[in-house]
Design a protein around this ligand. Structure first.
Ligand code: FES
Length: 105
C-alpha cells in the first residue's frame, strides 16, 4: 500500500506554474493549473533526459524544454513527437496548505 507523502506547500507552486520535487525516490513534477487544480506526474521526459518542470505549462499540457514534446498532465499521455511513451501520473491531494502525492512503493 502506497503512502501519501508531503511534497510541498500549496503556496510553493504558483498558479500556472510547476515545481520539481523528489518523493519516494522519484523525480516528480507538481502542477498548479489556473483555477486551482493540482496534478502530479513523473518529472523526467520519456524521450531523453530533461526535467519537465523546466518546461512550459499550457492548456493542461507540459511542454518538454529539450525537444518540445507535450504531455497531458492529467493522464500522462504523450501528445506530440518526439515522445511516444506516456509518463506516469500520481494521485495528489491538498490537506490544509500541504500537498501530498501517492507514489507506488
Ligand atoms: S527530452 Fe523531452 S522531448 Fe526530448
Amino acid at each position: 500500500m502506497s503512502e501519501w507523502v508531503r511534497v510541498a506547500a500549496k503556496s510553493d507552486v504558483a498558479e500556472g506554474a510547476c515545481l520539481g520535487v523528489r518523493a519516494g525516490g522519484k523525480e516528480v513534477a507538481i502542477y498548479h493549473l489556473p483555477g486551482g487544480e493540482f496534478c502530479a506526474t513523473d518529472n523526467v521526459c520519456s524521450h531523453e533526459y530533461a526535467l519537465l518542470s523546466d518546461g512550459w505549462l499550457e492548456n493542461g499540457c507540459i511542454e518538454c524544454p529539450l525537444h518540445a514534446a507535450q504531455f497531458d498532465i492529467r493522464t500522462g499521455k504523450a501528445m506530440s513527437a518526439p515522445a511516444d511513451e506516456d509518463i506516469a501520473v500520481y494521485p495528489i491531494k491538498a490537506e490544509g496548505d500541504d500537498l501530498l502525492v501517492q507514489i507506488p512503493g
